[in-house]
Design a protein. Structure first.
Length: 72
């Protein structure tokens, strides 16, 4: 996957998470922390260069785990 495509995917997911975190007033502190952790991981992923597909998938799977914990 090209770097541009990866950045578009990361930016889109990050925008959705920021929107959820800011627009939902009924979130618990734990939910907010999970969303903030996922956003922080996406920010770090965005500035990393030279990632292989394997490393990228590993980083994204960590973010997906945080989102699943948020949803459950």
């Amino acid at each position: 996957m090209s770097r541009r495509k990866r950045l578009q995917n990361v930016d889109g997911l990050q925008n959705v998470l920021v929107t959820i975190a800011t627009n939902q007033c009924s979130l618990s502190e734990n939910d907010v922390n999970l969303l903030n952790d996922a956003i922080a991981k996406l920010n770090r992923l965005r500035i990393k260069k030279g990632l292989t597909d394997k490393h990228y998938k590993s980083e994204i799977s960590d973010v997906v785990d945080l989102i699943i914990k948020f949803l459950i």
